[in-house]
Design a protein around this ligand. Structure first.
Ligand code: NAD
Length: 260
């Protein structure tokens, strides 16, 4: 068990699937009390049951993270249930509509930015009142697309939102250091999850298909996409006391995919 996690409280967004789900299972296994946040989804309930079966303490909150009022209520409910919050894993996100810039509809651009970037801001904003007395850790799931921008076409809205998360994480790390709240961004490469369900390629994408040498998801280390459990390990490390000097950084977890 990693130091500093047992009996502490975590809020995990996007916890019904993929990286968020794997992190929820691992953190609960490490003795954290976990609040699982996601849109209304049967998979959220399944994750909850799996944690309960293993003896963990868990609550679920079904909200859209881009809804400020609901996010605020989710953090209040968690604090009311268990007291102070130690970890926020701001992880929920979508690929959204993929289109060339000239064909990208404003509403589609706005939606991706709204979930990925505004949602991250809201989760951090509403967590602070419940974290600032004791300090803690905030981990934000960005992507290799946020700074190295290697994979995928038509992903300007997505990549912009992921880059925004990196800037936000660094500014937040500086601002929240006075509360002993650490803020770090993680940048996964391709990971096997259900994110395809929230990806909407358009026919116009064909216009910008350029041949690339390496197919997306090719990672020199393993020659295949990573697993959500591998990302969860990094989250647990950043939540725990053994990373207590790490803040304001971006950590790549991509088997060197973004260096190709
Ligand atoms: P996923 O689709 O398996 O899980 C994401 C979860 O977020 C889903 O359960 C979904 O319902 C939830 N969600 C989406 N919109 C939401 C909203 N508005 N409010 C609340 N919940 C919402 O995908 P994943 O791959 O596990 O994605 C997690 C994060 O990892 C995302 O931020 C994504 O951008 C990032 N990421 C993923 C990859 C990858 O290859 N899978 C690579 C880099 C970064």
């Amino acid at each position: 068990v990693l130091p500093g996690l047992k009996d502490k409280v975590a809020v995990i967004t996007g916890a019904g699937s993929g990286i968020g789900r794997a992190a929820a299972l691992l953190l609960a296994q490490q003795g954290m009390k976990v609040c699982l946040v996601d849109l209304k989804d049967d998979r959220l309930e399944e994750t909850k049951q799996e944690i309960e079966l293993a003896g963990g303490q868990v609550i679920t909150v079904e909200i859209d993270i881009s809804d400020s009022k609901r996010v605020e209520e989710a953090f209040e409910q968690t604090a009311k249930t268990w007291g102070r919050i130690h970890l926020v894993f701001a992880n929920a996100g979508i690929n959204g509509v993929l289109a060339p810039i000239e064909d990208m509809k404003l509403e589609d651009w706005d939606h991706t930015l709204s979930v990925n970037l505004k949602g991250t801001f809201l989760c951090v904003k509403h967590a602070i009142p419940h974290m600032k007395e004791m300090g803690g850790s905030i981990v934000i799931t960005s992507s290799i697309n946020g700074s190295r921008t290697f994979s995928g076409f038509g992903m300007t809205a997505y990549s912009t939102s992921k880059a925004g998360q990196l800037a936000f994480a660094k500014m937040a790390a500086l601002e929240l250091a006075r509360y002993k709240i650490r803020v770090n961004a993680i940048c996964p490469g391709s990971i096997k999850t259900n994110i395809g369900e929230n990806t909407e390629p358009t026919a116009e994408l064909e216009k910008i298909k350029i041949p690339i040498q390496y197919p997306q998801g090719n990672q020199p280390l393993e020659h295949s996409p990573g697993q959500p459990e591998q990302v969860a390990n990094l989250v647990a490390f950043l939540a725990s006391d053994i990373s207590n000097h790490i803040t304001g950084t971006e950590l790549f977890i991509d088997g060197a995919e973004s260096l190709l």
